[in-house]
Ligand binder design. Structure first.
Ligand SMILES: [Zn+2]
Length: 133
């Protein structure tokens, strides 16, 4: 987790779809902010990039065989609010991505008190409100 600026909220992760029989790759996030390649290094020239919220939590996309497992492994280095979208992906004999990554991530600060969540500095108070003073 050391490369994260903030491990609870971070830049959006996207899913690359398309291509015949191609696995679903991940891009965006901390690792590929310009969405030029998949997290695993695969080129995405002919792919459609979709918001992870539109696909990862949806029924029919939970089989880990649909996903590039190299990308899924690298997803552990992204922020928790992005990781959690993929928590229902199921790996045979292992369990869900949530079991494997999300739960241990959430448990870590209470089990390892010297390693609290890494957060960015709070914004200036003047930036807190969308409306009003
Ligand atoms: Zn990949």
């Amino acid at each position: 987790m050391s490369k994260l600026d903030n491990e609870l909220t971070g830049p959006r992760v996207y899913v690359a779809v398309g291509g015949k029989g191609q696995k679903l790759h991940l891009t965006g996030g901390y690792s590929k902010p310009n969405i030029s390649k998949a997290m695993c290094g695969t080129g995405l020239e002919t792919r459609t990039i979709v918001d992870a919220r539109d696909i990862a939590p949806r029924d029919g996309y939970q089989d880990s065989k649909l996903w590039c497992l190299r990308c899924i492994n690298l997803l552990a280095y992204e922020a928790l609010d992005q990781i959690i979208l993929f928590s229902s992906i199921f790996m045979e004999k292992i369990g869900t991505y949530g079991d494997l990554v999300v739960i241990p991530h959430l448990e870590r600060p209470s089990k390892h008190k010297k390693h609290p969540f890494k957060l960015t500095a709070a914004p200036e108070k003047s930036e807190w409100r969308l409306h009003g003073e």
